[in-house]
Design a protein around this ligand. Sequence first.
Ligand SMILES: [Zn+2]
Length: 131
Amino acid sequence: MTIVDDAAYWQRCAAGEFALQRCASCRTWRYPPSPLCPNCLGREFAWELPSGRGTVWSWIRMHQRYFPADAFDLPYEVAFVELDEGPFMIAGFAAGTAAPPPIGTRVAVVFQSNKRGDQQLPVFRSIEVNQ
Ligand SMILES: [Zn+2]
């Protein structure tokens, strides 16, 4: 069994860079980090820079803390976003987001520190002009 090493993903996040794996064979973007391409099962990939933009597909509200290092105060919302490049991504909304944006809202990845201040987390910020 191949263990997925996502350290490279988090090292890029720590540097404020949102990078995803991209298949060397069929050019499909991968998220979360994976040893195989979900489209062609190829193993070769490169870390590339997607647009960082996507569309809110759904969200949920968390009323309980499951991880002590969570970057958010309760309750908080977790977004399910379809990235423009195809993969779906689960992440929180940026601090200061007054209310979860409606389904279909355009968002972009920004980085926010966790509570311990030792990790940069990708979160989503609305990029809608008129809200
Ligand atoms: Zn592929």
